[in-house]
Design a protein around this ligand. Structure first.
Ligand code: FAQ
Length: 313
């Protein structure tokens, strides 16, 4: 049983900006919260490969195809670092993956939207990876050591991802009128879902208060969302495109952009499994898992053979 003294000591430890490591004592709620968040994050990376994979065979040039493939492979790698970080908390990967497949675990709402054309690949890199970076830069300072170190590495790769998306948008926005219209259409469809990635508003966020106290989260959902808006407005202006928000305007008093109300009903619908692609995404992950069973079995058999040989020697 945890007592108040242990909880107070733990709080004092994180208050000194000390990292919590896998073998350190931690409150059960801290452990479970981390398992939930890191697993959701890992699932997002892996499910997030699917909308982009849709365009690998239809990339407009060999160069674009190679860049997109490298980016998607990176996302798979991020999933692996994060599953490993999660396992340090005492949960095994099979359980985490089963929970993704049976709907117990969440993954980011953003990956339940379809990628309809090539401009969407630009918008995903620019906005989705851009939003992911804002969140993840802040998580580099999270109190749990293995998560924090995974984030440092992931952020380096994410900036390449964001850049490749922005370059696609630049080429399209400065291209023919038809290309510019495609870029604008992609921006119109991806803008609001990208803002939803930061989670519910602070007043409706279940976990923020405790997680900020434990320094798992370093900034609130609304603070990070505002940062993303402020950063993206000038990038949009440079592209010569328009953000689909009539309420967007600079507020000199606050020193930030004001922006319109997010459709929270749509957000919760998607989070609860009723988005455009939720069923398709889980079916694709389940199929990949089933078809990969022989690889896992072969790897285990090989490891057992090596162990036996070593034992015999
Ligand atoms: N989607 O109390 P809060 C990427 C859930 S980046 C779905 O505010 P919390 C890179 C939340 O889980 C994307 N569910 O929760 C990439 C909770 O439900 P629960 C992944 C959401 O945890 C790019 C409930 O709502 N990044 O993949 C969402 O304190 C391109 C109440 O919310 C991360 O996961 C949502 N958007 O704050 C890959 C970052 N928002 O669990 C491929 C790490 C909230 O109680 C291609 N995670 N919910 O049933 C975090 O920073 C936090 O978990 C938040 C949510 C900020 C997402």
């Amino acid at each position: 049983m945890e007592n108040q003294e242990q909880l107070d000591q733990f709080q004092a430890y994180v208050d000194q900006e000390m990292k919590v490591e896998a073998k350190d004592w931690m409150p059960e709620k801290y452990r479970n919260t981390l398992i939930r968040q890191i697993a959701q994050h890992a699932h997002s990376e892996v499910v997030g490969m699917l909308p982009e994979a849709n365009w690998v065979t239809r990339a407009p040039s060999l160069k674009r195809k190679a860049i997109l493939l490298a980016k998607i492979q990176d996302e798979g790698g991020h999933g692996l670092y994060l599953y490993s970080a999660c396992e340090t908390l005492g949960v095994d990967r099979d359980t985490l993956i089963d929970e993704l497949h049976d709907g117990t675990a969440k993954y980011s709402s953003i990956f339940n939207y379809p990628t309809l054309n090539w401009a969407d690949i630009g918008a995903v890199g620019w906005l989705v990876d851009g939003a992911a970076i804002v969140n993840q830069v802040s998580l580099q300072r999270t109190s749990y050591g293995p998560y924090s170190r995974a984030m440092i590495r992931i952020c380096k790769e994410e900036s390449f991802h964001q850049r490749q998306g922005y370059v696609i948008m630049m080429e399209m926005a400065k291209g023919t009128p038809a290309q510019k219209a495609m870029a604008q259409d992609a921006l119109n469809r991806w803008w609001w879902p990208s803002l939803m990635m930061f989670g519910p508003s602070d007043k409706d966020s279940l976990h923020s208060q405790q997680n900020m106290a434990w320094k798992i989260k370093r900034h609130s959902n609304d603070e990070l969302r505002q940062k993303f808006v402020d950063m993206t407005v000038p990038q949009t202006e440079y592209l010569g495109l328009t953000l689909p928000d009539p309420d967007l305007k600079w507020n000199a008093e606050r020193g930030h952009y004001d922006f319109g109300e997010i459709n929270w009903d749509e957000f919760w619908q998607v989070v609860r499994g009723n988005g455009k692609c939720n069923k398709e995404r889980i079916a694709a992950r389940q199929k990949a898992h089933d078809e990969g069973a022989w690889v896992r079995e072969a790897a285990l058999a090989y490891a057992a053979k090596k162990r036996n040989k070593k034992g015999a020697a």
